[in-house]
Design a protein around this ligand. Structure first.
Ligand SMILES: NC(=O)c1ccc[n+]([C@@H]2O[C@H](COP(=O)([O-])OP(=O)(O)OC[C@H]3O[C@@H](n4cnc5c(N)ncnc54)[C@H](OP(=O)(O)O)[C@@H]3O)[C@@H](O)[C@H]2O)c1
Length: 482
């Protein structure tokens, strides 16, 4: 078979699919909007192409010499006013580019939902994308799934964060709606399985796990597995309240939480099981899927998470070195130290996530909470891995912009701010000693942005001076950062 294209490779499903295809010996090209060295590092044998599905020319190039393409794109992060139109346009472009390149097949993963009922805008959009892709000459295999259970999946994160953080959970009427969740392992099996069975070309299949449950059941099972006693209280159905609660208590961005919660009113259960004739394995139950996801989390081996992809196209964000005249405000906190650069750097690279910020953690958390209240990213994104750090990784409400071993870590702020901010950790040789510095950079957006800088200056003074002392003190015996 020729080359396989995986679109949405930076996303949750795409990130899980690529290693499976490689393990099975396929030649793979991945399509991302903004390429970064991290992809090549993650998948050294993969060809990486940069293309936006909203740009037809780029798509045509991305699909050149492709045999089969996986379509794993959605634009939920754009918010409810924009995502549906963007998703339809992307599907139209993809169909045209696929036809022009005469590719053999498109495999699309969309959402379950009964088209005869009034579907949420997200589920409707998923079905319209399948229809749009299928209008062309290239046969489409459409798989339709409900909630996907796996570490890093948005739905899984919402359930698990609500159960972990809330002792009392209010249950609206639509929490009784039936759903057929499926394990990520089984989704990948189906995605790869249909590729290998040509008879599945040009058909649509419902895929689901081994049990049908209500969302209430799913919350209860999750609480049991976490060993948490939770009080579930019936409550009235007021969508904005639940989407706000979801966005506030979970690391999932508000536009995604809203779209998913809006979809809870729709039953998402497989209407036919034809897929089992072609791929007759027994899928995992919800409980088994959760247990697998918990193990995966503990192993700290998660390759992609939806939160990595938020804000959308973050790789295209303005970089510090791209500021024409440099940042307007800069503040440096530094101290001399006899400690080894490698030890200092290891300690710097351990900040955030479960480890916290070494001291005054409540202040960092408070800043995250304020950001969450404003429906920003907040601090709950944590870190993908506590043991490794790469460019573009998330650390709470920061993202790694630059990382130079034993020398520099530059973080870009992704919280809601009236300007743009960066935090740099720097280690320089100074004779026999080292100079350890933390530098805060800020570019205000408007007058309020300037007020913000001066208002927070005393807090920064206290916070960064303390942080630098803590890094210096703790710089020893840390685990090696690759
Ligand atoms: N996850 C679930 O629970 C679930 C359940 C049922 C069905 N599905 C379906 O599975 C598919 C993949 O979902 P997912 O969970 O993997 O989504 P995801 O993690 O949100 O990833 C979405 C991907 O789409 C890409 N994308 C968005 N706009 C694009 C554009 N204009 N051009 C090129 N790429 C673009 C994003 O790239 P950037 O990094 O550049 O933003 C990202 O890689 C979707 O069709 C979804 O409906 C998912």
């Amino acid at each position: 078979m020729g080359k396989i294209l995986v679109t949405g490779a930076s996303g949750y499903i795409g990130g899980r699919l690529v290693p499976e295809l490689l393990a099975r010996g396929y030649k793979v090209r991945v399509m991302v909007r903004a390429p970064s060295p991290a992809y090549q590092e993650l998948w050294p044998d993969v060809e990486i192409v940069a293309a936006d599905a909203l740009n037809l020319d780029q798509l045509e190039d991305a699909l050149k010499d492709i045999d089969t393409a996986y379509y794993l794109i959605h634009s939920l992060l754009l918010g409810r006013r924009e995502f549906a139109a963007a998703d339809i346009q992307a599907a139209i472009n993809f169909r045209i580019a696929a036809e022009k390149n005469r590719i053999r097949r498109i495999i699309y993963l969309g959402g379950l939902g009964d088209t005869r009922s009034e579907l949420s805008s997200h589920l409707q959009s998923r079905i319209q994308v399948a229809q749009e892709l299928s209008k062309g000459e290239v046969p489409v295999t459409a798989l339709r799934a409900a909630v996907i259970i796996g570490s890093g999946s948005a739905s899984y994160e919402i359930i698990q964060n609500l159960v972990r953080k809330l002792p009392v959970i209010f249950i609206p009427r639509w929490a009784m709606t039936k759903c057929q969740p499926i394990a990520i392992r089984d989704v990948i099996k189906y995605l790869v399985g249909v590729l290998e069975i040509t008879e599945t070309s040009g058909a649509s299949f419902d895929i689901g796990g081994s049990d049908v449950l209500s969302y209430y059941d799913m919350l209860k099972i999750r609480a049991e597995l976490l060993n948490r006693k939770r009080l579930f209280i019936p409550f009235f159905s007021f969508l904005p309240l639940y989407s706000y609660t979801g966005a506030f208590f979970t690391p999932v961005p508000a536009p995604i939480t809203r779209a998913l919660i809006e979809g809870l009113k729709n039953e998402v259960v497989c209407q036919d099981n034809t897929i089992r004739q072609y791929l007759p394995f027994t899928p995992l139950t919800y409980k088994e899927a959760i247990i697998r996801a918990m193990n995966r989390e503990e192993q700290d081996r998660i390759h992609t998470r939806w939160s990595d992809a938020y804000p959308p196209a973050h790789e295209l964000a303005l970089k510090l070195y791209e500021l024409k005249d440099g940042p307007r405000y800069t503040n440096t906190y530094s101290l001399p130290t006899p400690k080894d650069a490698a030890a200092l750097f290891r300690c710097i690279c351990a900040i955030g996530g479960k480890e916290g910020w070494f001291s005054n953690n409540w202040v960092w958390r408070l800043r995250g909470t304020i950001d969450k209240l404003l429906l920003g990213v907040g601090a709950t994104r944590g870190r993908k891995s506590q043991s490794t750090l790469r460019i573009n990784d998330v650390i709470d409400y920061w993202r790694v912009e630059d990382l130079q071993k034993n020398c520099r870590l530059l973080l870009r702020a992704e919280m809601k701010l009236p300007g743009k901010a960066w935090l740099e950790f720097k280690i320089q040789d100074e004779g026999r000693q080292r100079r350890l510095s933390i530098i805060a950079y800020y570019q205000p957006q408007n007058f309020f942005g300037k007020v913000y800088w001066y208002a927070f200056l005393p807090f920064h003074q206290f916070l960064f001076n303390d942080l630098i002392r803590q890094i210096e003190k703790r710089s020893q015996d840390q685990a090696e950062i690759p």
